[in-house]
Write a protein that binds this ligand. Structure first.
Ligand SMILES: [Fe+2]
Length: 1042
């Protein structure tokens, strides 16, 4: 431990052999002066009270005016760049702010203490601010050259500054006043450094960090490249107070400033380092004149700093620092007396915050820079409330520099109104090719609300004629930093700043979109309600209004007929028809009801191939023990003259099964079964049901029903199947398998891919409103006493159990259509004809796959590019470990790493298909099927029958939902599946996230292909009694947003 007055006062540096001989020289000089150094004087400490702070603040204030002409102005040159927290950050555990890999924008201000001449000897200082802002950041630190402080409080600071500001004798007197002073002078002075970023800068404050092993103390330093040459030599230390410029050269007195102003070409780097120790000797630990021995407390790397841009002078002058600003779990040690360095910082902070001056926004063009003019074209979104009255400023960052904030404004013109396209001319210094820009909103109307929906900005450099497109398509509240439009893989980015920006972007998203873990269910965003969602993920105002209107309209119609308040049974099937007509009848819903088609076995079979839940049917390959159907029971229904076993082997027997509903408690008021149904493909190709068992356990209480039973027995059994399918479709196939899965994908996309990643650009349009829809689904359908599912389904409070039962068995192969169809054994159109969902889905899947391949091939030139894409691999890992996390059953099937382009294409195709086609097939069918209760009852009001030959028509009617329950089903089927006016359909492209011409050509190709598929589906539908229209591309929204 260094301690003034000790015999050996020379500290050996670890990096070099430079020695501070301050104490030796001090003693020898004092002896020459006829005085003896003796022991070091006692620290002059007084207790640290509010009164001390007040008095010291006044003293500081006066001192600042004395030395700088202003209480707040700080001089120096400011540069900005990025700090990347070290992968082995020693503070990563206790302090989230320093977690490994985190990237922060930073500013560093470099200045000399009191001298104006950069080539003269002086103390060099640096302020580090986390955050690219003129306001205080989350962590501001001040540093000076030298390992110990020349001053500890206002009084000693003034002594020191007065000494530096006087002649050489003044400095000498100050140095020899105390041994610490001489030591600090020799230690801190730097003569003619090569560069400011080559120096080491120390922060003398002691901070406390709470860890699992008790409090630790830390000190920080900025570590440069150890510019040893600029330290005082042994000979120079003997006359350390002599101020001198170098003999051999005559550098400019601003050469260091010039170096920083030209920083864009150099990308200067430094390290933020930290020393960590336990609390032991309090006095020496907190004494700013005492360094912590490097041998005992080595410096650990905390962050790499990359400094790339010079900050315009005015912005530097406006910048505020607050050295009491600290991240969570780290605090400055409370000063015990005025000698503690912490006391100085608290006083400084008090003065600075009370004397902050606001300067007007005005331009500054650095001298010597050539200028160019940009044409700036800005398009505001066309949603309601997209426009803004805030002042819109932009700052451009290019390969050669950056501009200041520039106000976009036209005199006497209301800029940035909804749907507006505005152009501006701005003249700025030459900054090279624009790589990213910042948009700032100042003086907006809304403090807590989204302020402006910006579609895009296009910049044209009128000197070089180069065009820079910046697609945004998002809400901006106060500020956004966004790269220019070209899509790029991370590993192919050549611009360092864009690389850092990507990491900053993702780091922010990690905080904005945190996961909420739902045990046994897909991950979702951590928000309890729709209102808690980030603005960016909420519905557009128009969509909210339109959805509310749809619901209000249908409720009004239902109330007019008093359906919503009448709890009595329907009198007949015709009564149900009348009620279903409160919503517009489609061709499908009309055909189902016409001539009681819904009662036929042919229609029952058709609906499992082209109805509201066409993803259940499977080929019957092996005998199902729990479903003991025999040839005796159904042999007469088989029309090829073959036995049941022979028909099974021939691939003509299919089934649907609802095992995941078994064992779920029912509510007593409503009933639902967990049935199994056997289907037969007749020689004509028609699929018909031939056996139904209404539970998973065969036996006398659960007979197997067939068309050979009475008409009412068979009809009621079929209704119980449909009620079970209603539950399964609503709760799992639709809500979980489209909405919750796509919500998980969307959250992952936002968290893991930056906006200039090609996969982000491709997928973002298929993620529009998907998080809003998922959360709205939880709010309306699941949560609360008034939830829709509680009103119409038979397992209130246990819907989530059904989800978990089913999701346990989930694997991604279910989402990959070719694999899913093969796995269910329904991929052979000859064996199972008329499966229009399959046929149309495969048609679109194959085209989608080709489309994705074409686009991805533009960016991934080889499988190695896929394997090396760390962002895409992180996306997959997050989706695998959080989004589609499973707590039971087989793994979700997402690979640990993808190493080939075909694998990547398959996953992306799967996501697009699911958000668009799969959702459309399950969503927009709801109103056609659920609006007519006898065909698709939401639940039953009587228990499943157990005896044959007893069911009457009245029993059937009384088993169906009553009027108020059916009214809720109709209202919500309408609310959920009415197409919305702002939908964008497959093959349409409104938002140009891609700026590459090649991609736009592929988009055009895809639109043409969708048109061809549409034509072929229309052509096929001509021959169908009930056309299958749900996968017509022009009816498939691109995203599962409702
Ligand atoms: Fe939906």
């Amino acid at each position: 431990m260094l301690w003034p007055g000790s015999e050996c006062v020379v500290t050996t540096m670890t990096e070099d052999n430079w020695q501070n001989c301050g104490f030796q020289i001090y003693r020898s000089l004092k002896r020459k002066d006829g005085t003896e150094s003796g022991k070091p004087p006692l620290l002059r400490s007084t207790s640290f009270t509010a009164d001390t702070i007040r008095k010291a603040s006044v003293q500081w204030y006066k001192m600042k005016w004395q030395f700088t002409g202003s209480a707040n102005d700080l001089w120096g040159e400011e540069v900005q760049g990025y700090a990347v927290i070290d992968a082995n950050s020693p503070l990563a555990g206790p302090v989230d702010f320093f977690r490994s890999g985190r990237v922060n924008q930073i500013r560093v201000r470099f200045f000399n203490l009191s001298r104006g001449d950069d080539a003269s000897d002086d103390f060099r200082c640096a302020f580090l601010k986390f955050g690219e802002t003129e306001n205080e950041g989350p962590l501001d630190l001040s540093f000076s050259t030298g390992r110990v402080s020349c001053f500890h409080n206002t009084a000693t600071l003034q002594e020191f500054l007065t000494a530096l500001d006087g002649d050489e004798d003044c400095t000498r007197d100050w140095a020899l006043r105390m041994p610490n002073n001489y030591y600090a002078l020799a230690d801190g002075i730097r003569r003619y450094p090569k560069c400011r970023t080559a120096l080491d800068y120390h922060n003398y404050a002691t901070f406390s960090v709470k860890t699992g092993n008790g409090n630790k103390l830390v000190r920080f330093r900025l570590h440069g490249n150890n510019d040893v040459d600029s330290r005082l030599s042994k000979q120079e230390q003997e006359e350390a107070w002599i101020i001198q410029r170098p003999d051999m050269e005559l550098p400019s007195d601003t050469y260091l400033q010039q170096k920083l102003r030209n920083i864009a070409q150099e990308n200067l780097t430094m390290k933020l380092q930290v020393q960590i120790r336990d609390i032991t000797d309090v006095k020496s630990v907190f004494d700013p004149t005492t360094e912590w021995e490097e041998n005992d407390f080595p410096w650990c790397d905390l962050a790499d700093l990359c400094l790339s841009y010079s900050v315009p002078k005015l912005s530097t002058e406006r910048a505020k620092y607050n050295f009491c600003s600290l991240p969570e779990h780290i605090q400055m040690v409370v000063p015990e007396g005025t000698e503690d360095y912490g006391s100085l910082i608290q006083i400084q902070e008090k003065v600075l915050t009370s004397t902050t001056r606001k300067k007007h926004q005005e331009g500054l063009t650095p001298a010597g820079h050539k200028e160019t003019t940009f044409l700036v074209h800005v398009e505001t979104g066309n949603h309601l409330f997209s426009g803004t009255d805030a002042g819109v400023y932009i700052a451009l960052y290019g390969t050669k520099g950056r501009t200041k904030k520039i106000l976009l404004d036209k005199l006497f013109h209301n800029d940035f109104e909804r749907g507006s396209k505005e152009s501006y001319y701005i003249t700025v210094p030459v900054i090279g090719d624009v790589k990213f820009l910042q948009v700032f909103l100042i003086g907006g109307k809304y403090t807590f609300k989204r302020e402006w929906f910006l579609n895009y900005i296009v910049l044209m450099d009128l000197t070089t004629r180069k065009l820079f497109e910046v697609p945004v398509y998002r809400w901006i509240s106060d500020k956004i930093t966004i790269p220019t439009g070209e899509a790029m893989l991370y590993q192919k980015e050549r611009n360092t700043d864009r690389k850092y920006l990507r990491r900053i972007w993702l780091d922010e998203r990690d905080k904005l979109y945190p996961w909420a873990r739902k045990e046994g269910l897909p991950g979702c965003i951590a928000s309890e309600t729709y209102n808690g969602l980030p603005d960016e993920l909420k519905y557009s105002t128009e969509r909210q209004i339109e959805k509310k209107k749809i619901l209000a309209d249908v409720l009004i119609k239902l109330k007019l007929h008093k359906y919503t308040t009448v709890f009595q049974s329907f009198d007949s099937f015709d009564d149900f028809k009348t009620m279903s007509e409160v919503v517009p009848s489609s061709e499908t819903s009309a055909a189902i009801k016409e001539d009681d088609r819904w009662r036929t076995d042919e229609e029952f079979g058709r609906e499992f191939l082209a109805g509201v839940n066409p993803v259940m049917i499977r080929r019957y390959k092996e005998p199902i023990q729990k479903f003991p159907v025999t040839n005796d029971m159904v042999g007469n229904l088989l029309d090829r003259g073959l036995s049941l076993d022979q028909e099974i082997k021939a691939g003509h027997i299919y089934y649907v099964d609802y095992p995941h509903m078994a064992g779920l408690p029912r509510n007593g008021e409503f009933f639902v079964s967990d049935p199994i149904v056997m289907f037969y493909v007749r020689d004509s190709g028609q699929l018909v049901p031939i056996a139904i068992q209404l539970s998973q356990e065969p036996g006398p209480k659960s007979p197997i029903w067939t068309p050979n039973d009475s008409e009412m027995d068979w009809l009621l059994a079929k209704m119980f199947v449909k009620a079970a399918d209603s539950h399964y479709q609503s709760i799992y196939s639709h809500l979980v398998q489209t909405h919750f899965l796509m919500e998980a994908v969307t959250v992952t996309l936002h968290r893991q891919l930056p906006p200039n990643h090609p996969v982000y650009k491709l997928l973002i349009q298929h993620c529009t409103f998907t998080v809003a829809a998922g959360q709205m689904g939880r709010d309306l359908l699941l949560n609360g006493e008034d939830s829709v599912f509680k009103k119409i389904l038979a397992i209130p409070g246990h819907e989530i159990d059904l989800m978990k039962n089913r999701f346990k068995d989930f694997t991604v192969n279910e989402l990959i259509m070719p694999k899913a169809m093969a796995d269910r054994g329904v991929d052979d159109a000859k064996l199972l004809p008329n499966y229009h969902f399959r046929d149309d889905a495969m048609l679109i899947w194959n085209t989608l796959s080709e489309y994705v391949s074409k686009i991805m091939a533009l960016f991934y030139k080889s499988d190695t590019d896929v394997a090396d894409d760390s962002e895409m691999q992180a996306f997959l890992a997050d989706l695998r470990e959080e989004g589609l996390r499973k707590s039971a059953g087989p793994p979700n099937g997402l690979p640990k790493k993808i190493t080939s382009l075909p694998e990547l294409v398959e996953i992306i195709t799967m996501i697009i298909f699911h958000s668009s086609c799969y959702h459309a097939a399950l969503n927009f069918t709801q109103i056609d099927y659920f609006s007519f209760g006898p065909n698709y009852p939401s639940s039953m009001r009587r228990a499943p029958p157990s005896k044959k030959g007893e069911t009457t028509m009245q029993d059937v009617i009384d088993s169906l939902p009553n009027k108020s329950t059916q009214a809720v089903s109709i209202a919500f089927a309408s609310y959920l599946s009415e197409p919305l006016s702002d939908e964008v359909y497959l093959g349409e492209y409104q938002d140009s996230h891609f700026t590459e011409t090649e991609v736009r050509e592929i988009l055009d190709w895809f639109s043409d292909e969708m048109e061809k598929i549409s034509q072929s589906i229309h052509k096929r539908n001509i021959d169908l009694d009930i056309p299958y229209v749900y996968l017509l591309p022009e009816r498939v929204p691109k995203a599962a947003g409702q």
